[in-house]
Design a protein around this ligand. Structure first.
Ligand code: SF4
Ligand code: SF4
Length: 248
């Protein structure tokens, strides 16, 4: 035991400082950021054609569709600097030219809580990568319990419904049952481009479409998958708790 204590004292604090301090470059790798056109000339047609998920228009980038595949980087786009890691509206994920996305003005659904939030996770059809990033929130580095964010196995004990994966016909009923079981006030958070836009699965047989066609979504967390920092940002946004910029 004394050697453990000695080691801990020597190493100091290893847990992420985010969101008290902005996320570090290691926590927000370039490749996790959405691309942006360089300059004010808009998105080149070659980049629009190269995008496999139609996230690009000549006028801008839809972060709610972008899977960070990097194909457009060969056609005049580059990774953005730090951007808002989550948004309260779908429109706020669409940037136009080099202008930043629209500011998110919607009031956080749990803004009056002033306390911890409990999160119930539902996977409605993911590739499992988003689940792994959610799992990372419980490790000693991100440790969301320090922020009053706890995961629960019962929707009846939850405040937030966190949805990963693309909404499918098979999961419609379980998803609605989970939503109904959460007491009000409650928030719905869409994590990853799958529940936001369908991602790579959009238009496939059995896919219902965006989560917002099924449930009222309060917070949108882009990424494929979102980083743990993005997830923390989105959950804090749902809870109406302030945090600095610095996500991806
Ligand atoms: S990174 Fe890939 S998905 Fe994102 S805008 Fe570029 S080409 Fe489209
Ligand atoms: S958003 Fe990307 S990483 Fe997450 S479930 Fe969909 S395909 Fe997988």
């Amino acid at each position: 035991m004394p050697s453990w204590l000695g080691q801990a004292a020597r190493r100091g604090l290893l847990t992420s400082r985010y969101p008290v301090a902005p996320a570090t470059p290691a926590e927000t790798p370039e490749s996790a950021r959405p691309p942006r056109p360089s300059g004010n000339s808009g998105v080149p047609v070659a980049a629009v054609d190269a995008c496999p998920v139609r996230a690009l228009e000549p006028s801008g980038v839809d972060d709610g569709k972008c899977i960070r595949c990097s194909r457009c980087l060969a056609h005049g786009l580059g990774y953005s600097g730090p951007v808002e890691a989550s948004a309260a509206t779908r429109d706020a994920l669409v940037s136009r030219g080099s202008a930043p996305p629209l500011p998110a003005a919607k009031r956080a659904p749990l803004a009056d809580f002033g306390r911890s939030v409990h999160v119930f996770l539902v996977d409605v059809g993911s590739c499992n990568a988003c689940n792994l990033e959610v799992l990372a929130l419980a490790n000693p580095f991100y440790d969301t319990t320090r922020l009053g964010i706890f995961f629960t196995n019962s929707p009846r004990h939850a405040d937030v419904l966190l949805v990963v994966g693309v909404p499918t016909e098979e999961m419609r009923a379980p998803l609605l049952r989970a939503f109904e079981a959460i007491p009000s006030p409650k928030a719905v958070v869409a994590a990853g481009v799958c529940p936001i836009s369908g991602g790579v699965f959009a238009g496939n047989a059995g896919v219902l479409g965006p989560l917002s066609d099924v449930l009222p979504v309060d917070v949108f967390i882009p990424g494929c998958p979102p980083t743990p920092v993005n997830l923390i940002d989105g959950l804090l946004r749902a809870a109406g708790r302030s945090r600095p910029r610095g996500g991806a």
